[in-house]
Design a protein around this ligand. Structure first.
Ligand SMILES: Cc1ncc(COP(=O)(O)O)c(C=O)c1O
Length: 421
């Protein structure tokens, strides 16, 4: 794991690269270049993080060799031939998968059913919809321009093609507009109300969502992919107890391996399980499931609570510094790990800033802002996140320095545009 200055206290990556080099110098070279890029850059992408060597080792373990289509058999059935799986030899992966599920229930202090097999967040959402909807059913979700994810109803994604998706918006200050949600829920009577976001910096009021969903007899689903680590660390209100179905990724603020999970109320368990396998996927990635279990153990440690708290403290200080320098931060601040800089009043685009920052070793991504005037390929904003650099030990004062470095680059771009004119 890299520290704040890019020193790696472990030889794990170097040893891996040396092993790969024996077979493929080309692949080893590319991995080494990416390793150095990550090591030397300030990483501000809100959906990324650095997982531990223990997580990586689990993901690179012999479990990658095992097929285990199906689900763990109940212990009593295991002796009589792995009834829940379509393959033999699953005794240990059965135990592992059950252990992983138990650990995640512990992390979120819940008795919800959990499925740890989804290969990604998108596949978790695909299966979650399948569990409670028929094609053509109505979903009410957060507008993608206002922070929603591709799988929440984009016209180019399965979600927008298979379902009748309508959107609620944010208000003129960038906060989720609960009145708009209520009005549309009453008009549309959706079968599913969905919340969760890829670029929303404020606390989501799950109890209020649940109440509105109940009033129109809709399922309530939360995609907590971005904030799951903050929920686990007690820094964001938990959706458990409010939502019928909850999806997440494990590689963002949770700091685990790349993958997805679905939690649901017990009465939906069978539907969710069969929507993941055999409907959406084949054999589960047991090596990734091992990584998810290690990640859960890490999330249960007191240090993880401290980490989640520092992510939010850092993000508030970072956003505040931009506000002090006169920037427009969407919603005027943040409650979580992310905020959006609205650059609509500059001549350059979000993409221009993303590219210019790349040149000076700062990685972030362009992002649409509410009332976006530019195309999604250009955008008028950038998304800024604190989860990865907090893992590397950055504190408030470090992010304040980065804010000033970004400001220098913004001024340079302003000057270039002025000179062009
Ligand atoms: C809110 C949300 N849901 C789902 C996903 C999809 O996750 P994946 O990239 O693992 O498919 C993302 C990814 O960024 C996300 O932000």
């Amino acid at each position: 794991m890299f520290d704040r200055n890019g020193n790696d206290s472990s030889t794990y990556n170097q040893e891996n690269i040396a092993e790969i080099r024996k077979t493929s110098p080309r692949v080893a070279d590319l991995i080494e270049k990416e390793y150095n890029r990550q090591k030397n850059n300030v990483e501000l992408i809100a959906s990324e993080n650095y997982c531990s060597e223990a997580v990586m080792a689990a993901c690179g373990s012999c479990l990658s060799w095992k097929y285990a289509e199906g689900y763990p058999a109940k212990p009593i059935e295991r002796h009589s031939g792995n009834k829940g799986r379509y393959y033999g030899g699953t005794r240990y992966v059965d135990e592992l998968e059950e252990y992983c599920c138990d650990m995640w229930r512990k992390v979120f202090d819940t008795d919800y059913h959990v499925n740890v097999q989804p290969h990604s967040g998108s596949q978790a959402n695909f299966a979650a919809y399948k569990a409670v909807l028929e094609p053509g059913d109505t979903i009410l979700s957060l507008n993608l321009d206002n922070g929603g994810h591709l799988t929440h109803g984009s016209a180019v994604n399965f979600s927008g093609k298979l379902y009748d998706v309508h959107f609620y918006n944010v208000d003129e200050n960038g906060f989720i507009d609960m009145e708009d949600l209520k009005k549309k829920a009453n008009e549309l009577h959706p079968k599913l109300i969905l919340t969760g976001a890829s670029a929303y910096s404020r606390t989501i009021d799950f109890p209020a969502f649940a109440e509105i969903a109940k009033s129109v007899d809709a399922y309530f689903m939360v995609d907590m992919a971005h904030i799951a680590g903050l929920v686990a660390g007690g820094e964001h209100i938990s959706p458990f107890g409010y939502a019928d179905i909850i999806t997440t990724t494990t590689h963002k603020t949770l700091r685990g391996p790349r993958g997805g999970m679905i939690f649901c109320r017990e009465e939906l368990a069978k539907k969710v399980d069969s929507a993941v396998f055999p409907y959406a996927q084949g054999g589960p990635l047991e090596h990734i499931i091992a990584g998810k279990a290690v990640c859960a153990e890490e999330a249960l440690r007191p240090e993880f609570k401290e980490y989640a708290h520092q992510v939010v403290v850092n993000c508030k200080a970072f956003a505040e510094e931009f506000i002090k320098m006169g920037y427009n931060v969407v919603t005027g601040g943040t409650d979580n790990h992310v905020f959006l800089l609205d650059l609509s009043d500059h001549e350059f685009s979000g993409r221009d800033l993303q590219n210019a920052l790349d040149e000076v070793g700062i990685t972030l991504n362009k992002n649409c802002v509410p009332n976006e005037k530019r195309s999604p390929m250009q955008t008028s904003g950038v998304r800024v996140g604190t989860a990865p650099m907090t893992t590397r030990g950055f504190k408030e004062e470090d992010f304040i320095k980065v804010a000033h470095r970004i400001d220098e680059v913004v001024k340079q771009l302003d000057a270039e545009k002025a000179a062009e004119k």
